[in-house]
Write a protein that binds this ligand. Structure first.
Ligand SMILES: [Fe+2]
Ligand SMILES: [Fe+2]
Length: 258
């Protein structure tokens, strides 16, 4: 195989070309989780140019501390610090929280809406309900973490009694013939009659993707709710020896060698 300029193609270029051809045939959008791209880009500062590091130098030491492409986080980071230093505004969750408050939901439900896609925004996309629930579990009421986990499943199931229909967006992005996997079907059976069903259902009701362009939601509007419903550990998220501290540390240092 030769390049357009007529030079022989290197082995890795051939592999790249083959993979590109396979992907083109596959014809699906493949999204990367925050962790895959963190460092390559700084999501908290959109449009920021990246520093090119000496990654091609085989004698360079492996990165074990702060990634110089990301901002150094405070020693005892709070939940709000993760938005400021790593994730950016979290517009989708702010909009959901605003809608739930306007609808008169109780504070726990508003807090659940405010945090419901925390894993999509800043950790891992796949099974984001489960990961997001686990990230916050030690710091919130059990009802909140339960609802965050359950919302992922409930998004697939309509509930006419509260006017929730299968999302138009899912038809478009997953296709009309998409059927949730068996583990999601099993999860639905477990949660549909649960005492906190309606808390999770409220997340799905306020989980809209068409935002009002005339409305800007400020995180400061929800500082009071975070203060009352998120138990910020004194030692900082990542350093409190909780069962999920390592997950927060990975967000602080997403590119550490080990
Ligand atoms: Fe979600
Ligand atoms: Fe959402």
């Amino acid at each position: 195989m030769t390049t357009q300029a007529g030079k022989p193609q290197t082995a890795s270029a051939k592999v790249d070309a083959l993979e590109d051809a396979q992907l083109a045939q596959f014809n699906k959008r493949i999204a990367k989780s925050f962790l895959f791209a963190a460092g390559e880009r700084d999501q908290s500062r959109p449009g920021r140019g990246n520093i090119v590091l000496g990654v091609d130098d085989p004698t360079a030491q492996a990165l074990q501390g702060d990634d110089p492409r990301l901002r150094k986080m405070p020693e005892k980071p709070t939940l709000l610090d993760f938005f400021d230093y790593r994730w950016g505004r979290g517009e989708h969750m702010l909009q959901s929280a605003r809608l739930s408050r306007l609808a008169g939901c109780d504070e726990k439900t508003v807090a659940a809406c405010l945090l419901h896609d925390i894993s999509l925004l800043g950790f891992i996309r796949s099974d984001h309900g489960w990961w997001g629930s686990q990230l916050v579990e030690p710091y919130v009421d059990e009802e909140i973490s339960w609802a965050i986990r359950a919302h992922q499943t409930l998004r697939f199931y309509p509930d006419e009694s509260v006017g929730y229909t299968y999302p138009e967006m899912y038809l478009r992005v997953f296709g009309e013939d998409f059927v949730p996997e068996p583990y999601i079907q099993e999860e639905y059976k477990r949660i549909k009659d649960h005492k906190w069903y309606m808390t999770a259902r409220q997340i799905t009701i306020n989980d809209v993707y068409a935002f009002d362009p005339n409305v800007t939601v400020d995180m400061a509007d929800f500082h009071d709710i975070i203060g009352r419903h998120f138990r910020q550990p004194d030692d900082g998220l990542g350093f409190d020896n909780s069962p999920v501290a390592h997950m927060w540390r990975t967000i602080i240092w997403p590119t550490r060698f080990l």
